[in-house]
Design a protein around this ligand. Structure first.
Ligand SMILES: C[S@@+](CC[C@H](N)C(=O)[O-])C[C@H]1O[C@@H](n2cnc3c(N)ncnc32)[C@H](O)[C@@H]1O
Length: 272
């Protein structure tokens, strides 16, 4: 999915300067280094922990790592040939502001590529998914890109091989910053010192507890759902090159063992 989406960034030259926003542990960046020299890549993420993980990857040596907010990027205007962000927009409180920042930091003529999930189509998965995270609609991605100033939009839909090919699971949307529109030169975004007043009070606390509880539960349900998806996909993986086949990591194996244990316990309790 990553590789199909990255084609829209048109990485035609190893010397292009690229910013990867919400770069996390560098999975998306590991795709970019196949086309662009690491010394030309800047990775920005709000989490020092994720950045620390990415730094340990030997193939990412040479990339620049910066802690920063996608909605308030700590980089100069008109600096990069390419902006790319994968699997991060769904965590941003104000996606449009993030895309305005994408527009600001790329050079006139540069391309921005946003890769993110789409609102699930089935009512149950949609209910679970949107309870704990933002899953933007197709039209919202297009609207935000246009409003941020991008032109020549190109779109590709993706889905993992274990969902039906008609299901639009994620979207990759790229846009161009017109050649004649440089952004005002900013060394630091203007909104850095804006004071945010948090609402307080008993009802607000109750609402927060409710949201965290229900959101965590809905998020948890995705573990067995993803595991089931994996189990059903095993037969279909034969046609996929070995490097792209889904594999379970240690945490998923652990979760699978726990879930199978619970099922065995429930069945045993019913039978005895
Ligand atoms: C699911 S990870 C995706 C990481 C990576 N792009 C990839 O494809 O594997 C989402 C990342 O977005 C980062 N993130 C979320 N909100 C952010 C924000 N407002 N500014 C910068 N990074 C953000 C998180 O810290 C996390 O590392």
């Amino acid at each position: 999915m990553r590789d199909e989406c990255q084609e829209l960034a048109a990485f035609k030259d190893r010397n292009l300067s690229v910013v990867d926003v919400g770069s996390g542990t560098g999975f998306n960046t590991e795709g970019i280094i196949r086309y662009v020299d690491p010394k030309n890549i800047t990775c920005i993420d709000q989490s020092p922990h994720q950045i620390a993980r990415a730094r340990t990857k030997s193939n990412l040596t040479g990339c620049t790592f910066i802690i920063g907010d996608a909605e308030n990027l700590p980089v100069k205007s008109n600096s990069f040939d390419r902006y790319i962000s994968a699997g991060s927009i769904e965590y941003w409180p104000d996606p449009l502001q993030g895309l305005k920042e994408a527009f600001r930091v790329i050079k006139p003529g540069g391309i921005a590529l946003m890769i993110g999930p789409l609102e699930p189509q089935g009512w149950l998965t949609r209910l679970l998914a949107t309870t704990w995270m933002l899953f933007p609609k197709d039209e919202e991605y297009r609207q935000w890109m246009k409003e941020a100033g991008f032109t020549d939009l190109q779109i590709r839909y993706t889905s993992p091989h274990w969902v039906s090919t008609t299901t639009k699971y994620g979207i990759a949307i790229s846009g161009k910053k017109p050649n004649d529109i440089p952004s005002p030169e900013l060394t630091a975004p203007a909104s850095t010192n804006v004071e945010v007043k948090e609402k307080t009070g008993f009802l607000r606390t109750l609402l927060l507890i409710w949201r965290v509880t229900i959101g965590s539960f809905a998020g948890f349900l995705f573990i067995p759902i993803a595991l089931l998806g994996y189990l059903f996909s095993i037969g279909k993986q034969k046609n996929i090159p070995a490097e792209y086949r889904e594999r379970l990591n240690g945490y998923q194996v652990f979760a699978l063992v726990i879930i199978l244990g619970i099922i065995a316990f429930v069945l045993w309790s019913i039978i005895t």
